[in-house]
Design a protein around this ligand. Structure first.
Ligand code: BEZ
Ligand code: FE
Length: 276
C-alpha cells in the first residue's frame, strides 16, 4: 500500500482490520475508523486542530489518577455515558429509570443499620430518607442491598477531600423484609462537577456551566432482579433542565419536604426489574 491519498486512505485502514479475528472488535474498530475519518473530512480538520485535539486528550489522561477520572467526565459531558445507559437499560414501563453512575462511587463504603445517619459528619442540613423497594408487580422486594452516596453542602464528595479520617455521606444498608428502608443523611444540593481540568476548559469554551442539579445516588441490588443504578433529583432545582451530564429523567424527580423542625424529608420508592 503506497501513495495513499485522502480518497484511498480510509479503505486502506479498513483493509488492515480484515485480519481481526474477534468479530466484535472488528465491528467496533471498523466503525470507529469510518466515523473518525468521516468526521475529519466533514470539518476539514487542519493539522493545528489535529494537534490541539491530541493535546486535549493527553491533558485529559494526565488529569486522571485513582481519585479523578477525567475521561469519564469527558464521556459524561459529551452525553456518551447517558447514551450508553439509555441504550443498555431498556426496562419495562413502571420500573425505576436508571441514570449515570458518575465517578464518585466507592466500593468500600461503610455499612449502616436502618435509621442510622449515613452523613457520618458531612456538612449539610439534616434529612430523613424513606421508601420501599418493590418489584414490577408492586410486591415488596425483601432485604435489598442499598448503596447511597451524595455530595455535602459545599458540593464535594468525601473522596474529593484529602484530610477526611473516614467516609462521609455514603453507605450501604439493607431494606427490611417488607422492602422498607429509612436512613438519615444531609440535604442534597446542586454542585459543579470538577472543572479545573481539560473538561472544565471545554465547558468554558463552549459557554456551558458545570453544574449538576441536587441529587442522591442509589445503587440497589437484590437476588432475582436487575441491578439499578440511579439518582433521585430534587424538585425545583434550577439545573434540572441543563444538567451538565444529561442525566435527569422526570420520573426521578422528588420533593424534599421541609418539616416544621427545619429538617427535610424525602420519600421515594424504587421498582426493580425482575430477571427473566
Ligand atoms: C455525579 O453525580 O456524581 C457525577 C456524575 C457525572 C460526572 C460528575 C459527577
Ligand atoms: Fe453526584
Amino acid at each position: 500500500m503506497r501513495n495513499l491519498n485522502q480518497d484511498t486512505i480510509t479503505q486502506a485502514v479498513l483493509a488492515r482490520l480484515a485480519t481481526t479475528t474477534d468479530p466484535r472488535l472488528k465491528e467496533i474498530m471498523t466503525s470507529l475508523v469510518q466515523h473518525l475519518h468521516a468526521f475529519a473530512r466533514e470539518v476539514k480538520l487542519t493539522e493545528a486542530e489535529w494537534l490541539q485535539g491530541i493535546e486535549f486528550l493527553t491533558a485529559t489522561g494526565q488529569m486522571c489518577d485513582n481519585k479523578r477520572q477525567e475521561f469519564i467526565l469527558l464521556s459524561d459531558t459529551l452525553g456518551l455515558s447517558m447514551l450508553t445507559v439509555a441504550m443498555n437499560n431498556d426496562k419495562p414501563l413502571g420500573c425505576t429509570e436508571p441514570t449515570v453512575f458518575g465517578p464518585f462511587f466507592l466500593e468500600e463504603a461503610p455499612r449502616f443499620k436502618l435509621g442510622d445517619d449515613v452523613a457520618n459528619g458531612a456538612k449539610g442540613e439534616p434529612c430523613m430518607v424513606r421508601g420501599t423497594v418493590k418489584s414490577l408487580d408492586g410486591t415488596p422486594v425483601p432485604n435489598a442491598l442499598i448503596n447511597v452516596w451524595q455530595a455535602d453542602a459545599d458540593g464535594n464528595y468525601d473522596v474529593q477531600y484529602t484530610h477526611l479520617a473516614h467516609p462521609q455521606a455514603r453507605g450501604i444498608l439493607n431494606a427490611d423484609a417488607e422492602g422498607k428502608f429509612h436512613f438519615r443523611t444531609i440535604l442534597a444540593e446542586a454542585y459543579p462537577i470538577p472543572s479545573d481540568g481539560p473538561v472544565g476548559k471545554m465547558l468554558a469554551a463552549t459557554k456551558n456551566h458545570p453544574w449538576r442539579p441536587a441529587h442522591l445516588h442509589f445503587m440497589i441490588e437484590a437476588p432475582g432482579y436487575e441491578r439499578l443504578i440511579t439518582h433521585v433529583f430534587r424538585d425545583h432545582d434550577q439545573y434540572l433542565d441543563s444538567d451538565v451530564v444529561f442525566g435527569v429523567r422526570s420520573s426521578l424527580i422528588a420533593d424534599w419536604v421541609k418539616l416544621p423542625d427545619g429538617t427535610y424529608s424525602l420519600e421515594f420508592d424504587f421498582v426493580l426489574n425482575p430477571l427473566k
